[in-house]
Design a protein around this ligand. Structure first.
Ligand code: 5GP
Ligand code: SF4
Ligand code: MG
Length: 455
């Protein structure tokens, strides 16, 4: 998911949030929503679909206010349904509160059961509603205090934005698993999942929100407190591999630069005698450039992407995914015919994409197809908010690289080594989560949530 928040009296905060969400659309395409605070209440609009579909025509005109939060969703927990769309807005003893959350809580089953046993009711199946209930219960004195208490109860990943009638809050989990950064816009502030959204609205990047930090922004300015901070951060390394936009910089590393380096490292690890290097656009493009630079093999565009089709994985069923690959990518025969091709993609999850693409390149006349992947094999499920949840579906959890190479019918297959990947982040390589590659989970995953999606 993607979150965007703004506190900027005098500006059209609803429209700026719309633009910000638009820049974060790659982080979720199932639903979108905006909640705007005007000092006395919170106005909400949300719905299923892409940002421009949910906010078509003049639908933004009705908003007036000085603070807003927005959310784009792709479902990791809870079904893809209107009830699970965010922001969640509710009324409780202290007034109104809106919440937008990116990440997964790992102990949500326990928390939900505890809350339900003392009378809480739930409208949705998202883990985020548990946060709402906890904040409502804990807010005796302030939202910050409530968030501090939440941090003790809640395990897992969260980049969180909250608005009340007159204040914006941002919080990041103790490990900083999901990204969140802070920007300045005139006299106001912007908080977003990725810095590309700051740039889009004309804000300047100030810094990343720190793991365990709670930020409060109101007419008095910005104040910050620290809740719980882990000894060592565990930023999601998969953001750099796949999820984030290349023009974003998060936790000190520019995504494009990292991807390019991954490609260079791949060429050092696995140099193929080939005629051209092609990316699987867009997620493989930067790494393919790096591979071409380091190997000296020419970079070509051998696959054309239909820009109007979203990320295939965001389609929740396997059938839709299979169809998705064909609707999304077409080979350019004139580039591929008779060539020995190195094809670079960022990851193999279920194996659907690579298998289809290798076949597609051969049909288009490629003589050899070597698949080069800018991540290590995805062996384990993610419980922190990236949709590789079900281990049974991960091809690398079932097959060796040799077997995968056979099953996708490639002439060769190479995955970036984990050491090679981590080297790019040196000397900060210990600050990253790599659980989906090596099973070392920074936050404990309770038994009942293991081995699959949990709602
Ligand atoms: P596959 O087709 O092997 O299931 O998925 C690999 C393709 O999906 C790659 O092109 C990659 O860009 C994209 N992908 C990357 N990350 C994810 C993810 O978290 N979930 C899913 N399902 N697909 C992803
Ligand atoms: Fe990211 Fe993988 Fe860790 Fe999930 S398990 S947070 S995808 S690095
Ligand atoms: Mg891809």
């Amino acid at each position: 998911c993607g979150v965007f928040g703004i506190f900027a009296p005098g500006l059209d905060v609803a429209r700026l949030t719309y633009y910000g969400l638009h820049a974060l659309q790659h982080r979720g395409q199932e639903s979108a929503g905006i909640a705007v605070a005007d000092g006395s209440q919170i106005e909400l609009q949300k719905g299923m679909g892409l940002v421009p579909e949910v906010f078509s025509g003049h639908s933004l005109d009705k908003f007036s206010g000085f603070a807003a939060i927005g959310h784009v969703r792709y479902s990791t927990t809870g079904a893809s349904s209107p009830l699970n769309a965010q922001p969640l807005v509710f009324r409780y003893a202290k007034g109104m509160l809106g919440l937008a959350h990116n990440g997964n809580l790992t102990n949500v089953a326990d928390l939900r059961a505890q809350l339900a046993s003392t009378g809480s009711v739930f409208q949705s199946t998202t883990d985020s509603e548990v946060l709402v209930n906890l904040i409502a219960r804990y807010n005796a004195n302030s939202v910050e205090e409530a968030l501090m208490k939440c941090m003790i109860d809640v395990k897992g990943a969260y980049a969180l934005l909250i608005i009340t009638e007159d204040t914006l809050y941002a919080a990041r989990d103790p490990y900083g698993l999901r990204p969140l950064c802070l920007g300045r816009l005139g006299e106001g502030y912007v908080v977003a999942s990725e810095s590309c959204a700051l740039t889009t609205v004309g804000a300047t990047f100030v810094r990343d929100v720190e793991p365990g930090e709670i930020i409060r922004i109101d007419r008095g300015g910005l104040t910050t407190t620290h809740g719980l901070t882990a000894q060592c951060p565990a930023h999601c390394i998969f953001e750099y591999i796949y999820f984030a936009r290349p023009d974003s910089t998060m936790d000190g590393f520019n995504v494009n630069k990292v991807r390019r380096e991954m490609g260079r490292q791949l060429a050092r690890e696995y140099l193929v005698d080939a005629d051209i290097v092609i990316p699987v656009p867009d997620s493989g493009t930067a790494a393919a450039r790096g591979y071409a630079e380091e190997s000296g093999i020419p970079f070509e565009e051998g696959l054309m992407k239909n820009r109007y089709i979203g990320r295939t994985f965001i389609q929740p069923t396997q059938e839709m995914r299979e169809l998705g690959v064909r609707m999304k990518l077409n080979p350019i025969r004139e580039v591929l015919q008779g060539k020995r091709v190195v094809m670079v993609d960022d990851s193999i999850v279920r194996g659907t994409t690579s298998q289809k693409l290798v076949a597609m390149l051969r049909e288009a006349g490629a003589k050899e197809v070597h698949m080069v992947i800018s991540s290590p094999p995805v062996l384990r499920a993610c419980y922190y908010g990236i949709d590789t949840s079900n281990e049974q579906e991960l091809i690398a959890a079932q097959k060796s690289p040799e077997e995968i190479c056979q099953s996708i019918e490639a002439d060769g297959l190479h995955y970036l080594s984990l050491e090679g990947l981590l080297d790019i982040f040196a000397p900060k390589e210990k600050n990253f989560c790599t659980a989906c590659f090596n099973g070392i989970y920074p936050v404990e995953v309770p038994k009942q949530t293991q081995g699959g999606k949990f709602s």
